[in-house]
Design a protein around this ligand. Structure first.
Ligand code: ADP
Length: 250
């Protein structure tokens, strides 16, 4: 379980996150919602190690992880999906998956030379894992497509696929639903749900699409003005006067 306690993040005196306290239960798909400017992305950045908080703590299974950088969090099994970088657009979908985790560097040329057989075997194993991931995500037909040619939703699936190439089981998703058509959104939702149920993934996601949130997320946490305004099931949230007011007020 990730416990966020009284996180503040100030930018030149502006309180983007202003004392946020929340829990992300292990095994949950936790949704983080709220009007624009509520501080969701900033809080996400703090938990995922992209920003140091001004004050407050983040723990994971009782261990203080406040301010740890993304690579240190990755070693602890926490990962945030990122857009496929431009330089990977000319590579195929399968190659993009095989780039994860990044290959160990530091081997001397000689080692590499003698290790050719081993590297070839590792590549075969990676390719097999990549193909299993594509099969799981129902996008095997895209294996040899260049990443740059994918639609927005297919790119989101590839981002999810990249996390599956790692051992990370706690995954932060940033607006997977943005600009994705309904059919593909359902495919993404199914993949998230299956990873959660069948493989024990914990997800925390910022999302605007309420239908998507309602289908997948429990608990749902609502932020407004840098604080947590409410949390509960989607039905609790929908009927919460303060939440309705926060959304209508923007
Ligand atoms: P949300 O994701 O809920 O829309 P954000 O976390 O992106 O909210 O932003 C919360 C507030 O903090 C906004 O008013 C935004 O302008 C401000 N903010 C975010 N990042 C910075 C920054 N690096 N410098 C100054 N202000 C920022």
């Amino acid at each position: 379980m990730i416990v966020v306690t009284d996180i503040h993040k100030h930018f030149d005196g502006f309180h983007a996150v202003d004392g946020a306290t929340l829990e992300i239960p292990t095994g949950s798909i936790t949704g983080l919602i709220g009007p624009n400017g509520a501080g969701k992305t900033t809080l996400f950045n703090v938990i995922a190690g992209n920003l140091a908080p001004t004050s407050g703590t983040v723990t994971m299974n009782g261990e203080d992880i406040t301010g740890l950088k993304p690579h240190a969090l990755f070693e602890k099994g926490l990962l945030r999906t990122f857009q496929i970088a431009h330089e990977f657009h000319s590579m195929t979908v399968r190659e993009n998956l095989m780039m994860v985790p990044p290959r160990q560097t530091g081997e001397t040329l000689w080692n590499t030379w003698f290790a050719r057989g081993r590297i070839a075997r590792e590549e075969e194993a990676l390719a097999r894992t990549a193909d299993e991931v594509l099969d799981f995500l129902t996008i095997s037909h895209l294996a040899d497509e260049r990443a740059g040619n994918l639609s927005g939703g297919q790119k989101k699936l590839l981002e999810l696929g990249r996390t599956m190439m790692t051992d990370a089981k706690t995954v932060f998703l940033d607006e997977v639903g943005a600009g994705v058509n309904r059919t593909l959104l359902n495919t993404i939702g199914d993949a998230i749900q299956r990873l959660n149920r069948e493989r024990g993934y914990t997800f925390c996601m910022i999302e605007h699409d309420m239908e998507f949130i309602g289908r997948l997320c429990d608990p749902v946490i609502v932020m407004a003005e840098g604080k947590v305004l409410a949390e509960g099931t989607i039905d609790d949230i929908k009927n919460d006067e303060q939440v309705i007011e926060a959304y209508l007020g923007t």
